[in-house]
Ligand binder design. Structure first.
Ligand code: R5P
Length: 320
């Protein structure tokens, strides 16, 4: 079988999550590409690719969480590589920001997920690799190949090892049901429950209506992202109030805005498991465990380069 190292693939990183980019390059047995991504004295982004990419298949690893500097770095890096005659440019966006406004729910709202998709395409990306997009339909906002990988098997694998007695997988809102179902398929003997969430403001949610039973069971809350922690904490408190034995939680993306980390620390959540799609300079409480998506992304890049199936990565048999 041919090797990715014969394929002249190059991996570059912006400043949003260099350790993840290094881990992906390491998985592939490649050095990280040499690119200057710094600032001009006035603060504007300065990019220069410091190696030849002519005719190569290149990938840029850059999650686009706030600040918007991360998105701008990605766009400018794509532009640099396009003008340097790269053959294809893969935008690897482990966390795709500006995704929550993916449709107009009220008048005079933007659809920022579509705007950002347009920007990335117009800049010159040939393909996108993302993980657990806030909504699956965002794939359709791109008219270039877009692989929406999922970390649900990775997260479920961690919980499967715990051999939890009477597990119930709970979606903290209706939007999380599909993800939670994929997760639950991997957890032997699990049942499912769903919260009906009402968002009162960006940092306030009401989660008190539950479809399903959690009494006497161990709850695993499953979500795509934790921003303020409002959703997951409110759901955790409510399942405990309804007689759950204990509550675990997991999410692909740990954004942790404001004082969410201290709120999580003092919440009933016994352990919260996230992945390394988002990197911030912060100390995580002991109850938060981080799993790496580097092998998942590395494997996807390898399969793209070798013209192999990516979906086969997720075709694991259900445990039920
Ligand atoms: C909402 O639709 C998402 O799936 C998450 O539940 C939400 O983004 C979490 O945000 P927060 O932590 O601020 O409640």
């Amino acid at each position: 079988m041919s090797d990715i190292r014969d394929k002249e693939v190059k991996i570059f990183s912006g400043n949003a999550n260099r350790p993840l980019a290094e881990a992906i390059a390491n998985y592939l047995g490649l050095p990280l590409g040499n690119m200057l991504v710094s600032r001009f004295p006035d603060g504007e982004i300065r990019v220069r690719c410091l190696e030849n990419v002519r005719g190569r298949d290149v990938y840029i690893v850059q999650p686009t969480y706030a600040p918007a500097e991360n998105l701008m770095e990605l766009l400018i890096m794509i532009d640099a590589l396009r003008r340097a005659s790269a053959h294809t440019i893969g935008a690897v966006i482990p966390f795709f920001g500006y995704a929550r406004q993916d449709r107009k729910t009220q008048s005079r709202e933007p659809i920022s997920a579509k705007l950002v998709s347009n920007l990335i395409t117009v800049a010159g990306a040939s393909r996108v690799i993302a993980i657990d997009l806030h909504a699956g339909q965002i794939q359709g906002f791109f008219d270039i190949p877009t692989d929406n990988l999922t970390a649900m098997l990775l997260l479920a694998g961690y919980f499967k090892e715990k051999k939890i007695d009477s597990p119930v997988v709970v979606a903290p809102d209706v939007g999380a049901v599909h993800r939670a179902t994929e997760f639950a398929k991997q957890i032997p003997h699990s049942t499912q429950a769903i919260f009906v969430k009402r968002r009162l403001s960006p940092d306030e949610v009401e989660t008190n209506r539950l479809i399903g039973d959690v009494g006497g069971k161990t709850v695993i809350l499953v979500d795509d992202a934790i921003h303020t922690g409002g959703t997951i904490i409110s759901a955790a408190k409510e399942v405990m109030r309804r007689g759950a034995k204990e509550v675990y939680a997991c999410a692909t993306h740990g954004i942790f805005a404001g004082d969410s980390l201290s709120k999580i620390e003092s919440s009933p959540i016994k352990e919260l498991v996230i992945t390394d799609t988002v990197l911030k300079d912060r100390v995580l409480p002991d109850k938060i465990k981080v799993l790496s998506v580097a092998p998942l992304i590395g494997e996807a890049i390898k399969r793209i380069s070798l013209h192999q199936s990516i979906s086969a990565l997720f075709e694991q048999k259900s445990e039920k």
